[in-house]
Design a protein around this ligand. Structure first.
Ligand SMILES: *[C@@H]1O[C@H](CO)[C@@H](O)[C@H](O)[C@H]1NC(C)=O
Ligand SMILES: *[C@@H]1O[C@H](CO)[C@@H](O)[C@H](O)[C@H]1NC(C)=O
Ligand SMILES: *[C@@H]1O[C@H](CO)[C@@H](O)[C@H](O)[C@H]1NC(C)=O
Ligand SMILES: *[C@@H]1O[C@H](CO)[C@@H](O)[C@H](O)[C@H]1NC(C)=O
Length: 469
């Protein structure tokens, strides 16, 4: 049967959108993340993505969590099916190509929050001696991450540091260095990126220093709201909601809400999902609370973590033969996401987006060491890096996503194979509606459309015209 003209036009449009589709960049307004195109609030519905665990990151190996497009295709399909809109990726190599993975996640509407550091020596601020680790080599690494990820519209934000202050006793001069790194990242982004990308800190849940840490990082020195050393947002690694019986009160979420209610920057859970009691699938009742009416002053969170690793927090098992088996945790989390009220999650609150930062002089706590606002100067040579950019950066950019079908098998939590596992580009992911098992794809990606439709020649010409333009 000859394809109708209408059929051809529909295919052309579909292909065009496949090539052109990009999530809308997000920016910070007051305490909300906001979609810069629709003006709607972006609540982070996310998962920490660290297949292979921390140990999987080896520099100079040419590989990291976002380097293998086939692996990303598999995981993006399962994460889209789960119903998320964001991943956090901890350890990435600024010198390698992440285009395929970033483009796949973009195609399914998943943002990325990228840590600029890694646990390796020289690749993060050393909490025991921050001054010695704040060097131009270190800055070259973190600016390399900016160069690598600034070109992806789905780069939601960067973490300047993770859990540097993790005990009451070790605060020391670390807070000042975190503000210094944030300043440098923000100045670099302002100079070398066409859009602003938020920069924030991810804090350990040490309640004794939590409020001080947040106060210290959100405030404006001398009341200057352009103060580049401030955090643009604040992440809390939160593990206080444990087990089936926990509640909003017993988990202390009520305390967090009163602490952060009037935050001048977005606050999100950069990790959550307590795994106690052990050896029982997590039920994730905290999801209802986190995205419910009592917690709209927070911006959602990221469940720790996608894959089962030594620390026993996985939503899925990645098998040695590269197949994936879902764990019951995945099903439970998907069930929770499917109950969310999207209109509540996306609604904006005008006063929340207009909160001004408090002035730092008002900030307390000589006891925890958070009172010093003399921010370290750039190391020698740092100015050059910011003004001229780093040498030979690897700059990422979106590439067409042509393969949508996942080549390896995935199995449900009861062992049955998931049929026709594929990413579904173009659709915006939302918790409700993506929770059902992936339907048989009704359309295929751009590449296969060319061969399966009688419109091939027309499409090819159209693509050529696009490329010339
Ligand atoms: C990507 O991962 C798959 C599955 O583990 C593997 O078969 C393939 O060789 C990897 N590709 C590259 C370029 O490393
Ligand atoms: C937050 O602001 C509201 C309105 O201005 C005020 O009623 C409330 O007490 C404030 N909460 C905190 C914890 O400061
Ligand atoms: C891959 O490994 C998993 C877990 O060991 C097993 O259940 C599955 O059958 C294997 N699949 C293939 C295609 O070999
Ligand atoms: C709007 O945001 C402000 C500041 O966070 C908060 O005090 C207030 O309760 C919010 N209003 C609603 C209806 O959520």
């Amino acid at each position: 049967m000859m394809p109708s003209l209408f059929h051809c036009i529909a295919l052309l449009l579909a292909l065009f959108t496949t090539l052109a589709y990009a999530v809308h960049p997000v920016e910070v307004r007051g305490q909300d993340f906001v979609d810069t195109v629709t003006g709607k609030r972006v609540m982070v519905i996310g998962v920490d993505y660290q297949p292979g665990g921390q140990g999987a990151y080896k520099p100079q190996s040419g590989a990291d969590a976002l380097s293998n497009g086939t692996v990303c295709l598999r995981d993006a399909a399962l994460l889209q099916r789960l119903g998320i809109n964001t991943i956090r990726v901890y350890n990435v190599d600024p010198t390698i190509d992440h285009n395929e993975c970033a483009s796949i996640f973009n195609a399914v509407g998943i943002y990325m929050i990228i840590d600029v550091n890694s646990p390796l020596p020289g690749e993060s601020i050393n909490r025991a001696d921050p001054g010695s680790s704040y060097t131009t080599d270190y800055l070259t690494r973190v600016f390399g991450i900016v160069e690598n990820f600034k070109g992806f519209p789905n780069t939601l934000a960067f973490f300047s540091a993770n859990e540097v202050m993790n005990e009451i006793g070790n605060v020391g001069r670390n807070p000042q260095y975190i503000r210094a790194v944030q300043r440098d990242l923000k100045n670099y982004i302002a100079k070398h990126s066409t859009r602003t990308i938020p920069v924030g800190y991810s804090a350990a849940d040490v309640r004794e220093i939590l409020e001080d840490t947040w106060s210290y990082l959100q405030c404006a020195i001398d009341g200057d709201d352009k103060d580049a050393t401030r955090s643009d947002f604040f992440g809390l690694n939160s593990y206080s909601w444990c087990g089936d019986g926990a509640t909003y009160q017993t988990a202390g979420y009520d305390v967090l809400v009163s602490m952060f209610q009037n935050s001048s920057i977005p606050v999100l859970f950069s990790e959550y999902g307590c795994n106690k009691p052990e050896n029982v699938a997590r039920v994730f009742n905290e999801v209802t609370a986190l995205y419910g009416p009592d917690m709209t002053s927070l911006s959602g969170g990221l469940v720790y973590e996608y894959s089962q690793e030594e620390s026993d927090f996985g939503l899925v098992n990645i098998n040695e033969n590269t197949t994936v088996t879902l764990r019951k945790d995945y099903d439970n989390l998907q069930g929770q996401y499917n109950k969310l009220d999207l209109s509540l999650i996306q609604s904006t609150n005008a006063s929340a987006t207009q909160i001004n930062p408090p002035e730092c002089s008002a900030q307390p706590s000589a006891t925890t060491g958070f009172s010093a606002f003399t921010i370290p100067k750039l190391p020698d040579g740092g100015d050059d890096l910011i003004n001229n950019g780093i040498d030979n950066p690897t700059q990422g950019k979106l590439v067409p996503v042509t393969e949508t079908n996942v080549p390896m098998a995935a199995y449900g939590s009861t062992g049955e194979q998931i049929q026709n596992l594929a990413i579904r580009p173009l659709e915006t992911t939302s918790p409700s509606g993506t929770g059902s098992p992936a339907p048989t794809p009704s359309k295929k990606g751009g590449g296969s459309m060319l061969t399966t439709s009688g419109c091939g020649v027309a499409v090819a010409m159209f693509v050529t015209v696009l490329m010339i333009l």
